[in-house]
Design a protein around this ligand. Structure first.
Ligand SMILES: *Cc1c(COP(=O)(O)O)cnc(C)c1O
Length: 816
């Protein structure tokens, strides 16, 4: 059953596409130009979505529904044409229409730029949530930044990453509506004048500020079935001659132009850092800019139906995706107190009841802290407000736990020291009614470890919402063969209710179904082999085991552990210690932050190991190492359906959830992983027989760190296989032409510096890999497990995650 709401005939679609070819693009019809076809199809879809946005808005108005605003500095939405076609119920019609004209719809889809407005998991999560909110008919809207340059494009030169700018807007973006009529003015910089009001109360004024203009761009977000169309609003920074009038009047033309250029710089580019805090002034300005534009817009919408703020928390929920938008706490207070003259206490209640905070990481280098001096320069009034929030907060703590100076220091929003710093996580925690982690393990770590003082104070504020992914993109769109098999077997209700996949379980040991399932995996592997040979000129055996490690390159994600395993296998084979039974293709992809030296070295290492192994005739039929450049949503959509084995091997306790792990499970890969993030819950769902778990647990690692009893040198001494691999890095086996470049790995270990516990997990890892090899030799057994993984992946739908947010956070009061 396809959704019927949007039945559109081929001839209607043709009319619409032809109209846009002639009238929007001024091109002859018919055309075989893929780019023109993409643009005219996108415009045709946008027409329908525009209409539906208006209908949806009428519905929300009529029912006075509560609105959810999802604030995120990143939205990694991926290409939209396929997803929009699927959700509008028009995919098949469109494909047939094009096929009749001799055009492959996939070629047309390839024309679309992949908007790289995010770094990785955090931005991709925000995109999955938009899809789920629209599908669940929740009035949920994304607010983010319209970066002119998205995440850099990755090129590889002699194994080294090179970054190229991603000018994704150079070509027209057919999806967005630029709404200059809804632009807003944001104050920045300036100074505080300490006035008193008529009653002699302190009444500070923020004066002499500059301003930035925020220009909204709206991208429609259609839910599956096409009933609900929400939108994602991205703000671009501009400045307008109208607003620069003062400077113009003073006759300083050059300064006016300079300020214009400076303003426009604010949304020039996305910071290419994943789980690393940048510390750059411009980044802070971006965070403030987003929050200020968004809150102005939220209040403007709210005020259409309200005279005061009494109903604000009943009508508005604001979710902060990590601390990046946590200045929302101070900005909402400023608006309520300074601009709407609410008493502080009332404003504080409204702020807390409206805001909620999602924590995404426990990594120390990711925890946002900004120098108070910087805030004072950029947003002096906000710093004042933060100090006042902190003063009142610490007063309460001191009353409740008298004489505990240590505690006050630990919980303060301000870190004292050489220079004062504002702790953004504390600001977010104190200013929200809810804080959630993104997997059950992660939430426990927050409660017991990072935020234990806050947990003791406000246990009721802590909530877990395990992450999820949208099956519309990651199965229906990315793996059409498997989607069709599933629909033929159990119907299509899984598209909006992923728990229905459980009904596949009885088919997991039926020969016919298993054969079809295996044929599909094989076909997907052939497709990927073709991509690999087209991009890298490397021929891959589609019958080999596709062992895949794709994600941002980061030490905690342990691409190095994977490489150590590959080197181990290679050395075993060439020294005749092992006769390979299973041919393996190791596939990597991922970007490194441009300034993250170790991550970039790891990319180089992968390439060099690949070069040696791929050219060595002794392992020609046994091992291949592939690095696919420029990892992106589109590339993930092509790689994941072809995976046999999914590598989720982060150091336990470090990966908050992971969502890549879920995409693989949904597409019938088996997982090899540590007990980290959502892997823990994948084990619960899949069952221990259907997932390969190895390595130290989070609390074991914490314990070893506390007792300081981990010494990498001992592992080197004790385990010959570790010694051999590290020696290979030392003795230039993999860098005959660039001597010494990998010695840092050996030296680090010998210096007892292995912050990410590669060595203790190495032996367990190669053992579990041997088990995997043995199990892969039995295709019936393997296929059964793969099917059970698909069948049991229902929990990991972002529909489930969004219903959890809706029930536990956004409508907490409504139901209690
Ligand atoms: C899903 C996804 C991620 C997150 O992957 P993890 O393995 O969870 O780190 C990052 N980048 C892209 C393009 C993705 O699609």
């Amino acid at each position: 059953m396809k959704p019927t709401v949007n039945k559109i005939s081929k001839s209607d679609l043709k009319t619409s596409i032809d109209y846009h070819l002639r009238c929007s693009l001024c091109k002859e019809t018919p055309t075989k130009d893929y780019r023109d076809l993409f643009l005219s199809t996108a415009f045709s879809l946008r027409d329908r979505m525009a209409e539906k946005i208006l209908h949806t808005e009428q519905r929300y108005q009529a029912s006075q529904t509560k609105r959810v605003y999802y604030l995120s500095l990143e939205f990694l939405i991926g290409r939209l044409m396929g997803n929009n076609l699927h959700n509008l119920g028009m995919f098949d019609v469109c494909r047939e229409f094009m096929a009749e004209a001799g055009i492959d719809i996939e070629e047309v889809r390839e024309q679309e730029n992949d908007p790289g407005l995010g770094n990785g998991g955090l931005g991709r999560l925000a995109a999955c949530f938009l899809d789920s909110m629209a599908t669940l008919d929740i009035a949920g809207f994304g607010y983010g930044i319209h970066y002119e340059y998205g995440l850099f494009k990755q090129e590889i030169d002699n194994g080294y990453q090179r970054e190229k700018p991603d000018n994704w807007l150079a070509d027209l973006n057919p999806w967005e509506f630029k709404r200059t009529d809804e632009k807003c003015i944001i104050p920045i910089k300036g100074r505080i004048e300490h006035f008193q009001d008529r009653d002699g109360e302190y009444n500070p004024m923020w004066l002499d500020w500059n301003f930035i203009v925020g220009i909204p761009f709206d991208i429609p977000v259609v839910g599956y079935g096409g009933k609900t169309v929400n939108w994602l609003r991205l703000y671009g920074a501009g400045s307008s001659a109208d607003f620069d009038i003062q400077i113009f009047n003073e006759g300083d033309y050059f300064r006016a132009v300079e300020q214009k250029v400076e303003s426009e710089t604010i949304t020039k580019m996305l910071y290419p850092l994943d789980t690393i805090m940048s510390g750059r002034e411009l980044r802070l300005v971006q965070e403030y800019f987003l929050v200020a534009c968004t809150l102005k817009d939220i209040i403007r919408r709210y005020m259409k139906n309200n005279e005061n703020f009494d109903r604000f928390p009943d009508q508005v929920a604001i979710q902060m995706n990590d601390t990046h938008p946590s200045l929302a706490v101070a900005e909402l207070m400023r608006l309520l107190v300074d601009e709407y003259a609410l008493p502080w206490g009332h404003a504080w209640e409204i702020t807390q009841q409206t805001l909620a905070y999602t924590n995404h990481t426990v990594l120390a280098e990711a925890l946002e802290k900004w120098p108070a001096a910087l805030l004072e320069r950029i947003i002096p009034r906000h710093l004042q407000i933060i100090y006042e929030i902190n003063r009142q907060f610490l007063e309460k703590i001191a009353a409740r736990y008298p004489n505990d100076v240590d505690l006050l220091q630990r919980m303060s929003l301000i870190e004292e020291g050489e220079s004062k710093q504002v702790r953004m996580a504390h600001l977010a925690l104190v200013g929200s009614h809810s804080v959630n982690g993104v997997s059950s393990l992660h939430t426990e770590i927050l409660k017991q470890d990072n935020f234990s003082d806050f947990y003791a104070l406000w246990p009721e504020r802590f909530v877990n919402v395990t992450n999820g992914i949208t099956q519309r993109r990651w199965l229906l769109g990315a793996n059409p063969r498997l989607a069709e098999l599933i629909t033929d077997t159990i119907g299509d209700s899984w598209i909006t209710d992923l728990s229905q996949l459980r009904r596949l379980e009885p088919h997991a040991d039926q020969t016919v179904f298993m054969d079809e399932f295996r044929d599909i995996k094989r076909a997907n592997k052939e497709d990927l082999s073709k991509i690999i040979s087209d991009t890298l000129w490397l021929s891959i055996d589609p019958d080999s085991l596709f062992d895949i490690h794709i994600k941002r390159i980061h030490e905690y994600k342990r691409q190095l552990l994977k490489i150590m395993h590959i080197v181990h296998e290679y050395l075993q084979i060439i020294r005749g210690e092992k006769t390979p039974t299973v041919a393996k293709t190791f596939i990597f992809a991922g970007k490194a932050a441009p300034g993250y030296w170790v991550a970039k070295q790891i990319i180089k290492l992968i390439h060099n190991v690949g070069q040696v192994i791929n050219q060595d005739r002794r392992v020609r039929d046994a091992l291949k190492v592939v690095f696919l450049p420029d990892y992106s949503v589109s590339l993930a959509e092509k790689i994941i359906p072809a995976a046999d084995l999914s590598e989720q091997i982060s150091m336990a306790g470090q990966e908050a959830s992971g969502t890549g792990n879920m995409k693989f499970m949904l597409n019938g890969a088996l997982t090899v992983g540590t007990l980290d993030g959502a892997n823990v819950e994948m084990l619960e769902e899949a069952g221990a027989d259907n997932i390969f778990i190895f390595g130290l647990k989070a609390e074991e690692i914490t314990d070893m760190i506390k007792k300081k009893n981990y010494h990498p040198v001992e592992y080197y001494r004790l385990f010959p296989e570790i010694r051999r691999v590290l020696d290979a890095f030392r003795d230039n086996t993999f860098c005959p032409d660039e001597q010494g470049i990998f010695q840092w790995i050996y030296h680090r270990m010998m210096n007892n510096e292995d912050s990410y516990f590669h060595l203790p997990d190495f032996s367990p890892y190669i053992q579990v890999q041997d088990q995997i090899e043995a199990e892969y030799l039995d295709p019936v057994n393997w296929t059964k497990k793969a099917i059970l993984n698909v069948a049991r992946s229902g929990k990991f739908s972002s529909d489930r995650a969004i219903s959890d947010y809706n029930r536990l956070i956004w409508n907490k009061n409504a139901q209690s």
